[in-house]
Design a protein around this ligand. Structure first.
Ligand code: FES
Length: 617
C-alpha cells in the first residue's frame, strides 16, 4: 500500500485516528485503532450493534443488511454498520457510547475538556539549617522563617495538627523538604521527589466514585468506586433521613460509615499509585445536599420537612482531620456550594464539566441517579433553573427481581428482531441478571413489540404463561443463564421502571412548561451519570423517559459530576465558576407545584407507539 492509497479514519469523541487501506471495513479499522466496538455477530452484518455515525468523508453505499438493520431515520443521519462500510476518503466517525464494548466506555468522558491545572495548594522547596546550641529556634519558627523568605510573604501560619507532625517529619527528611502551602498556611511536608496529590470524590446515594490526581498536572493516577455503606440505613435519601428522625444516633453512625468508606477508597488509590496518604494535600467532595449533610454529621430534620432547607449551601473548607480523613496533616476538604432543596454540589459539578452554563443553545442537562437532577439553560437568560426528581434506584438494578449492577454477565442490551431476541451481556459472559441499560432496553422492546400495554400492564395473551400468578416475560430460561436461574421481568419490575421514568419525565415536562419551552425547542440534551451514559437513547425515548428529539441533539457525557469534582480540585478558576453556577441556578421544588401529581401520574404511561415511530424509525 502506498501512502497515497491510505485513508485516515478519525474516531470521535475518543480522539483516535489511524491510517488504513481503504479495502478494509470500519470495524476492522476500529480494531486496528484499539477501539472495541460491540459486534456479537463477529462482523457478519447480522447483529446491528456496530453502529457508527459518519460525520464527514465518503464511504461505500448502504448494503442490504444495513437497509434492514438501520431505521430510515438512522440512515438519514448517516448511521452505518461499521462491519458493512468501507472508507472511500478520509473519514471522521462518531462512535455512540452504546456501540462501545463495556471496558472502553469510560473513554467517553474525554469529551469533557479539562481546565488548565491551577491548584490552590502550591509547593516550595526549602532547606532549613538544623538546630544547634547557637540557633535553638523551634522547629516551626525555623521552617516558617525559611518559607517566608522563599515565598516573599511574612504571613505564614500552620495548624496545631501540622505542628504535631512536624518534628519527626522534618528530621526524617533531613531538613530539606517540599512545603505544601495553601493560602499562606503550611499544611504538609513532602520529600523533594514527591508530587502533591488530590482526591476527588463523587458521593452518590448508592455509590461513591473516587479519583486520585496529581494537583500540578491534573493527571488522573487512579480511580476507584464502592457502594455507599450508608445503604444499610435506606436505599434512598428520604429513607435515610427518616431513619435519623427516628433514631438521632443513626446520623453519627452514617457519618462514620461514609467517612470510613472514603478513607478506604483513598488508601486503595494511594497504594495503586505507589504514593502515601500524606501526599494528598486536598480533597474535593461533591454530593446531593442530603449526602453532604450525612457526611458532615449535620442535623437533617429541617431538610426532611417542607420547605426542605439546608443547614448551609455555601462552599466549605473543612479540616480533613475533622472528618477522620488521612491526608496531609493540615489538608482540607473543599465542598462546593449547593443549589437548593436536594440539588447539591454534584449537580453544580455536572453543570461545570458539561459546560451547560455556557451553552449557546436551549439545553437540558439530566444527571440520572437515585435522585435525578435536571437543569435548563436558556441562552440570554441570566439564571438556569434546576429540579430534582426522586427517581429511585431501579435504573441501577435495585428493586428489580433480576436486577444487578453493571458487572460481568449483566444483560446490557436487548433487541427483538423479526426472527429472534438478541441479548448482549457485559464481557460476553453468560447472563446472570439485568443492569440498568438492559432493563431499559428490555422494557422498551417489550412495549414496542406489544407485550406491554401503554399503562404498563402485560398483555397476558402474548405471555408464555398467561395464567401465572405473577405475570412475567422470561428473557433467559434457567438452563441458559449463568446462574441456573431464569432471568425475567415481572409486572412489579415494570411498575418500578414506570415510577422511575415517570418521575424524570414529569420533571422534564414541568421544567419546560414553567419556562414556556416546547419540547421540540430543546436544541441539546446533555445526559450524565453512569446509567445515563450507557443507556440506548432510542429505548429511553421509546418509553417516554426522554423527549422524542432527533438523536443528534443528545450528548452522553459520562459521570460529569465526578469529572467536575476533579476540575474543582485542580483549578481555582473552576472553583470560582462552580460558585458562580450555584449563585445563578434557581431551584424549583416540584412537589409543591399544583400540577405535579397529575403530571407524574400521566408520565407513568408509555407514549403512543405511533408517536415514537415518527421520530425513531
Ligand atoms: S458486527 Fe454485527 S452487524 Fe456489524
Amino acid at each position: 500500500m502506498t501512502p497515497s492509497q491510505a485513508v485516515t479514519i478519525q474516531f470521535q469523541p475518543i480522539g483516535k485516528r489511524i491510517q488504513v487501506d481503504p479495502q478494509i471495513n470500519l470495524l476492522e479499522a476500529a480494531r486496528m485503532a484499539g477501539i472495541a466496538l460491540t459486534s456479537t455477530c463477529g462482523g457478519e452484518g447480522n447483529c446491528g450493534q456496530c453502529r457508527v455515525q459518519v460525520i464527514s468523508g465518503s464511504v461505500s453505499p448502504f448494503t442490504e443488511a444495513e437497509k434492514f438493520l438501520l431505521s430510515e431515520a438512522e440512515q438519514k443521519e448517516s448511521y452505518r454498520l461499521a462491519c458493512c462500510t468501507r472508507p472511500m476518503s478520509d473519514v471522521c466517525l462518531h462512535i455512540p457510547p452504546d456501540s462501545l464494548d463495556s471496558g472502553q466506555r469510560l473513554q467517553i468522558e474525554s469529551v469533557l475538556r479539562p481546565p488548565v491545572a491551577d491548584p490552590l495548594v502550591q509547593t516550595i522547596e526549602v532547606q532549613c539549617p538544623p538546630p544547634t546550641l547557637a540557633d535553638s529556634r523551634s522547629d516551626w519558627t525555623r521552617l516558617r522563617d525559611e518559607v517566608a523568605r522563599r515565598s516573599g510573604s511574612a504571613d505564614i501560619f500552620a495548624s496545631s495538627a501540622f505542628i504535631q507532625a512536624l518534628p519527626p517529619t522534618i528530621r526524617q527528611l533531613n531538613w530539606r523538604v517540599q512545603v505544601l502551602l495553601r493560602k499562606g498556611e503550611v499544611i504538609g511536608l513532602l520529600p523533594l521527589s514527591s508530587k502533591p496529590l488530590g482526591l476527588a470524590v463523587d458521593l452518590g446515594t448508592t455509590k461513591i466514585a473516587a479519583a486520585l490526581l496529581e494537583l500540578e498536572s491534573g493527571r488522573v493516577l487512579a480511580t476507584s468506586g464502592a457502594p455507599n455503606p450508608q445503604i444499610s440505613y435506606g436505599e434512598d435519601v428520604v429513607s435515610r433521613l427518616v431513619t435519623i428522625q427516628r433514631n438521632p444516633a443513626g446520623g453519627q453512625k452514617m457519618a462514620e460509615l461514609v467517612r470510613q468508606g472514603i478513607n478506604e477508597l483513598l488508601l486503595d488509590l494511594v497504594k495503586r499509585a505507589a504514593a502515601v496518604p500524606e501526599q494528598v494535600a486536598e480533597a474535593c467532595i461533591v454530593g446531593n445536599t442530603a449526602m453532604i449533610h450525612l457526611l458532615l454529621g449535620w442535623p437533617v430534620r429541617q431538610l426532611a420537612l417542607a420547605p426542605y432547607v439546608a443547614a448551609s449551601s455555601e462552599p466549605l473548607e473543612v479540616f480533613a482531620a475533622a472528618l477522620d480523613f488521612r491526608l496531609a496533616p493540615g489538608g482540607r476538604v473543599y465542598i462546593p456550594p449547593a443549589i437548593g432543596g436536594y440539588v447539591g454540589s454534584d449537580h453544580v459539578a455536572m453543570i461545570l464539566a458539561s459546560e451547560l452554563d455556557q451553552s449557546e443553545r436551549i439545553t437540558l442537562g439530566i444527571d440520572i441517579g437515585t435522585n435525578t437532577e435536571i437543569s435548563l439553560r436558556i441562552p440570554g437568560k441570566e439564571t438556569l433553573m434546576a429540579v430534582s426528581c426522586a427517581s429511585g434506584p431501579a435504573f441501577e438494578g435495585a428493586h428489580i427481581r433480576d436486577g444487578m449492577r453493571a458487572a460481568s454477565g449483566a444483560i446490557e442490551k436487548v433487541r427483538f428482531t423479526a426472527q429472534e431476541m438478541q441479548i448482549t451481556t457485559i464481557d460476553n459472559e453468560p447472563p446472570i441478571g439485568f443492569c440498568g441499560s438492559g432493563i431499559l432496553d428490555a422494557v422498551a422492546e417489550l412495549y414496542r413489540n406489544g407485550y406491554l400495554l401503554p399503562n404498563g400492564r402485560f398483555d397476558r395473551h402474548k405471555l408464555a404463561q398467561p395464567e401465572a400468578a405473577e405475570p412475567r416475560f422470561v428473557f433467559v430460561p434457567a438452563e441458559q443463564s449463568g446462574n441456573a436461574r431464569e432471568i425475567a421481568l415481572t409486572q412489579k419490575d415494570i411498575n418500578e421502571i414506570q415510577l422511575a421514568k415517570g418521575a424524570i419525565q414529569a420533571g422534564i415536562k414541568i421544567l419546560l412548561e414553567v419556562n414556556q419551552i416546547a419540547p421540540e425547542q430543546v436544541e441539546e440534551v446533555i445526559v450524565a451519570g453512569a446509567f445515563g451514559s450507557y443507556l440506548h437513547l432510542p429505548s429511553a425515548i421509546q418509553i417516554g423517559l426522554f423527549p422524542p428529539l432527533p438523536r443528534a441533539r443528545y450528548r452522553q457525557v459520562g459521570n460529569a459530576a465526578a469529572v467536575g469534582a476533579q476540575w474543582m480540585l485542580i483549578s481555582k478558576q473552576a472553583r470560582k465558576r462552580a460558585e458562580e453556577i450555584a449563585r445563578r441556578t434557581r431551584y424549583l421544588e416540584l412537589t409543591t407545584l399544583p400540577g405535579f401529581n397529575r403530571q407524574f401520574a400521566v408520565a407513568m404511561h408509555f407514549p403512543p407507539l405511533e408517536e415514537k415511530n415518527e421520530t425513531l424509525e
